[in-house]
Design a protein around this ligand. Sequence first.
Ligand SMILES: [Zn+2]
Length: 298
Amino acid sequence: MNIPTIFLCLSLLTVLLTIKIGSQWPDEKVHVIGCNVGQGDATLISKGFSQIIVDTGPNESATSCLQRHLPFWDRRLSLVIISHFDKDHVGGLKSLADHYTIGNLVYYPTESIPTEWREFIEELRQSGTYVVESSTIQQMKVTGVQLDFLWPIEEGLLTQANQILGVDEHYPEVSARTLSDNETSIVVRVTYGTFALLLTGDITAHVEKQLLMRNKRHLLPSTVLKIAHHGSRFSTTQQFLTEVKPLLALLSVGKNSYGHPNQQVLDLLSQNQIVIHRTDQAGDLVVVTDGSTWEKRK
Ligand SMILES: [Zn+2]
């Protein structure tokens, strides 16, 4: 190859690379991606060069989702939140850590967290990730995106030992029962301007009731609601929908033997005129907002 040919090839390569980078350069808006990870949850909230991911799906499918939606050169996740440690929410964490640097990790410490994950969190901590327990924070701001941690709450209601709910005169049926791992899912509301996204992990109707009673009730109304527990029949009540008032429901679901999503939940969403996005039928959800308007792109 002679010198002019090499020069021409290098110039062409530079132009192609510039076009590729230019086409992936992030805008100023917030992009919410409900990843299609099969049966599981993984939601990406992306703003510029700041990436937040809530849950990591069951396997490397969350990494593939991020690769579909993030610029190829962006290899840092500002914040990873693990709602709880069921495989369909945490299973993809190791793959993510293989492909991205994780700046901060938030989780709720329960005694039932498997040793494998305790050890892995410790590895992340030692490699430079700042690890935070959600019970120690109420609110965070990441590049203008606000996160309010609504559940689990301490306030003396939950004991570290056995996670017993305190007696409550309004909802005696939720009194003094042991919370399951699903019910200690982190519930976090993500807001940007007037846009809000409520992420509910795998909470049950019992926890939804608790959220309705608490003094953070005013933080519930949200544009987009990730339907709890993949549309399980034990979650998503009319009372909860009345309070959250979502316009769009994200149903993160794949092939499963649990009957998710339940037909009654689907009917309830339809009766409330809520647009449903099922990841098993429509793939990744893409919502883009500038903080005052928003659009669903897929
Ligand atoms: Zn789940």
